[in-house]
Design a protein around this ligand. Sequence first.
Ligand code: HEC
Length: 154
Amino acid sequence: MTGRYTRVAIALPGRVLTALAQGSTGFLLLTLVLATTARTAAAQSGIRDYQNYCAECHGLTGKGDGPSCLTIAMNPPPSDLTQMARKNGGKFPFDVVVDSIDGRKNIPSHARLQMPFLGTTLQKPGQEFTPESDAEVKKRIEAMARFVESIQQQ
Ligand code: HEC
């Protein structure tokens, strides 16, 4: 009788530990899946927004050969966005790209006016510049900058 109780007493913590381990593995997996999904969602938003707001001038591949160049005379022409890192000593200037997409920090020079000011354009209608709307805009702009980062060439 005593022996049986001892066995159960020993077996039980083992099972609890196994269950806990399985539980935390499951939790870890779930966290991983969620994190990957969030990253994929950001990447997709970056590509989608780039195609909608940038490709007309900078081209789908960022080379600066979008269809608008054929109809609107732009001087200077849209930059080759695949060269941003190379022009910056090999380091992608993430913040510069974010600011140039946002547009609000830049002094609107004559040339800059050819680019949309997405920091204002993407605001939630009716809730412009509220913290929520601003946070959402920041997320989308950063995702676009990440997309531009992904197309850098040597
Ligand atoms: C209407 C055309 C047009 C659209 C749309 C446009 N751009 Fe531009 N972009 C330009 C032109 C022209 C220049 C070069 C002159 C200047 O700096 O304004 C430029 C410059 C830039 C620069 C600075 C490059 C450098 O060498 O310093 C970045 C970064 C950039 N664009 C990113 C984007 C992104 C990302 C989008 C989409 C959110 C976008 N642009 C949308 C026309 C456009």
